[in-house]
Design a protein around this ligand. Structure first.
Ligand code: GMT
Length: 377
């Protein structure tokens, strides 16, 4: 039998799919008996209450007056090395090339080659930063120097090879959900707070970065609402939020569009929706689509990046080219009008989330990688 491992995890701990995946994976590994050490600048938001086998080490950044920019990355590298030595970690599993894989490389230099590094690429570290000449070579080096590299979709693997011309094998490990977190039936009282029984609820959840095309979400909603009385719920915050609020005011939709801000219990909000809207410009995976699928909520979105690896067009959602809001709205109307089709899509979504993106299977895949690097294979 394989021994239990001591694993350090570093990730962006606040809202965002990569932080969710890293935290949920850490929780599952700890439940299985591994010792898990989160090394981040803040407590990961999904960590919640105390869990046995989970430890949290906060990265503190010195604010010395000569620094124009506080050196977070150096502080993180130092902390990774300190924790690795003190806790005798077997490996660091870092999520995102920048800065985590680069810091893990530095930590390994400080600790020794017995400390292994597994890097998971999540998307914008490659699709945006990989093109940035000020970071490109560093990202490439961090990928090459990792003991194993994974990416969350085949599309991201292809793009990483294209953008960075790396020679390192990159393994596909999809993101996952625990379907048990999403099966709660919709709360009728909560739903009644947003919509009348004959009205539909559309949902968009993101960090409101330009890549999410928030204006497209509003345009799709406007076209759907012309045909079917509906409400739109927005969850999350980010740079495009103010623009979205203004657009909603201009269109006179303030009673129809609800901005909930950041929410911790996303499963409950997802459960209220009839459709998820995800018209992103770029999406390496689209964890929110998987969360919606697990709750039986079909997705209408773009066919960008890894979305088609998650949502099957015509089976558990509908996808259209980026920016084709008319087509997306037509698909949404078609699905909302046909209750039989909606139920089939909803069932197919739940089944697909369970079969293809099972938390247990993905954890086993990561464990297999951990044991392989630990044995130097
Ligand atoms: O989409 C974002 O802006 C957040 C970012 C993150 O850090 O979580 O998401 C990326 O990683 C997620 C988890 O693997 C993926 O589901 C998202 O598709 C990916 N975002 C992009 O590729 C734009």
């Amino acid at each position: 039998m394989n021994p239990m491992l001591k694993i350090g995890i570093s990730c962006y701990p606040t809202l965002g799919g990569s932080g969710v995946v890293a935290t949920e994976l850490g929780k599952m590994l700890a439940e299985k008996g591994h010792e898990v050490h989160f090394i981040t600048d803040r407590m990961p938001f999904r960590l919640g209450q105390y869990h046995s086998n989970i430890y949290y080490h906060e990265v503190e950044v010195s604010d010395y007056y000569v620094f124009r920019y506080p050196p977070y990355d150096l502080a993180l590298a130092n902390k990774l090395a300190q924790v690795a030595k003190q806790e005798e970690l077997d490996l660091l599993h870092v999520h995102y090339a920048v800065p985590h894989a680069i810091c893990a490389y530095l930590a390994k230099q400080m600790v020794g080659d017995h400390l292994k590094v597994v890097t998971t690429l999540h998307g914008t570290d490659i699709t945006i930063l990989g093109h940035d000449p000020s970071l490109r070579d560093l990202i490439r080096m961090a990928i090459h120097e990792s003991d194993a590299v994974t990416a969350v979709s085949q599309d991201l693997i292809t793009e990483t090879y294209e953008v960075l011309a790396v020679e390192k094998p990159i393994e596909l490990v999809y993101n996952f959900v625990d379907p048990r977190d999403y099966i709660a039936p919709a709360n009728p009282q909560l739903r009644a707070g947003f919509a009348l029984p004959h009205e539909k609820i559309l949902l968009h959840m993101s960090n409101f970065r330009p890549v999410k095309r928030i204006t497209d979400v509003i345009d799709i909603f406007a076209a759907v609402h012309k045909q079917i009385p509906s409400h739109l719920i927005f969850v999350g915050e980010g740079p495009e939020l103010a623009k979205a609020v203004n657009r909603v005011k201009e269109l006179g939709f303030t009673n129809r569009v609800h901005f909930l801000g950041k929410q911790n219990n996303v499963a409950e909000v997802i459960g209220l929706a009839d459709l998820l809207l995800l018209p992103s410009e770029k999406e390496s995976f689209g964890l929110v689509a998987l969360e919606a699928m697990a709750a039986g909520v079909p997705t209408i979105g773009s066919d960008a990046g890894g979305i088609p690896e998650v949502v099957r067009h015509g089976i558990d959602g509908f996808l259209a080219p980026v920016g084709d809001t008319k087509q997306m709205a037509d698909y949404a109307i078609q699905l909302l009008r046909d209750s039989q089709m909606w139920s089939e899509f909803s069932l197919a979504s739940m089944q697909h989330a369970r079969d293809q993106f099972s938390a247990a299977a993905v954890m086993a895949q990561y464990e297999e990688i951990y044991y392989r690097v630990a044995r130097n294979e």
